[in-house]
Design a protein around this ligand. Structure first.
Ligand SMILES: C[S@@+](CC[C@H](N)C(=O)[O-])C[C@H]1O[C@@H](n2cnc3c(N)ncnc32)[C@H](O)[C@@H]1O
Length: 262
């Protein structure tokens, strides 16, 4: 394993992060017998940038454009929230684009292992933007004076019955004109379309070097842990919260990023 330039203290943009941190994901490469439910523990943290960039088509594009959306929407003296921040890729992309606006970034996660490594990465990246790392369930976080809220690949891990209340809380905490970015794995109807897009995703993972065993064991591990919803469900729930507009701005196979404006 080689260490990341980020961890060695160099300044680097967030969109480079997945290329810089180098431990390869082989967590599901050997037969595991009973596959346990997926957790964001130390083993996952150690391989996370490699795992997410080889598993989520368009991940780097979504992170880079999160920064560009931040440049458009973050207002002076407002708050930005990165909910489910993991190692801080979205936070770094936001920070790179809002220098000098005296905004506060609140980056939250409930994995101790993620937050510990995230702190090292954020501390090694020079910024004048104040950033608070919060160890909490995002369902319990108070949102206020927000011009931007980002949930990149996190809502899908929140229990279904808590999602509407979480989004209502975000809506209440956003300032008028504020922006919510939600990136998610989707499911589709009819089942034949779901199968097609799942197979295209698995083809992508194979092309990234994952074996069929890795793909099937990871899928079993995520079963009932990552619970995807349809695009219609996301849009209707956002509109029911009161967002004046909600639309996908990016989709590749069964992964999508939405933008919603209050
Ligand atoms: C797929 S990762 C997010 C990736 C990250 N946003 C990025 O773009 O690199 C999901 C993260 O959400 C966190 N998470 C899941 N459910 C959570 C909850 N209820 N409260 C806080 N964090 C949560 C996990 O610990 C994990 O770090």
């Amino acid at each position: 394993m080689s260490t990341s330039p980020l961890e060695q203290g160099s300044r680097s943009s967030a969109s480079d992060m997945s290329k810089l941190i180098s431990q390869r994901d082989n967590l599901f490469a050997n037969p595991l017998g009973a596959v346990r439910g997926f957790m964001f523990d130390q083993a996952v943290v150690d391989v996370f940038p490699d795992m997410i960039s080889r598993s989520v088509p368009g991940y780097e594009t979504i992170i880079a454009h999160t920064g560009e959306l931040a440049a458009r929407f973050v207002q002076r003296n407002s708050n930005c929230y990165d909910l489910g921040c993991s190692l801080g890729a979205s936070t770094l992309a936001i920070r790179d684009n809002i220098e000098g606006r005296e905004a506060l970034i609140i980056a939250a996660d409930n994995s101790d292992a993620m937050l510990e490594k995230c702190k090292t990465i954020l501390d090694s990246n020079h910024t004048t933007t104040e950033t608070q790392l919060v160890n909490a369930d995002i369902c319990d976080i108070e949102i206020n004076n927000a011009s931007l809220v980002v949930m990149n690949f996190t809502l899908q891990f929140v229990p279904l019955e808590k999602r509407a209340a979480l989004l209502q809380n975000i809506y209440r905490g956003l300032n008028p004109g504020g922006c919510l970015i939600i990136s998610e794995k989707l499911c589709f109807e009819p089942a034949s379309l779901n199968t097609l897009l799942s197979e295209l995703h698995h083809d992508f993972k194979r092309a990234q070097g994952y074996s069929d065993l890795e793909i099937s064991q990871k899928r079993d591990s995520l079963d009932n842990v990552l619970v995807p919803e349809t695009l219609d469900t996301h849009i209707q729930r956002l509109r029911a919260c009161g967002f004046q507009s909600a639309s996908p701005w990016f989709q590749c196979f069964n992964f999508c990023s939405l933008v919603a404006i209050k």
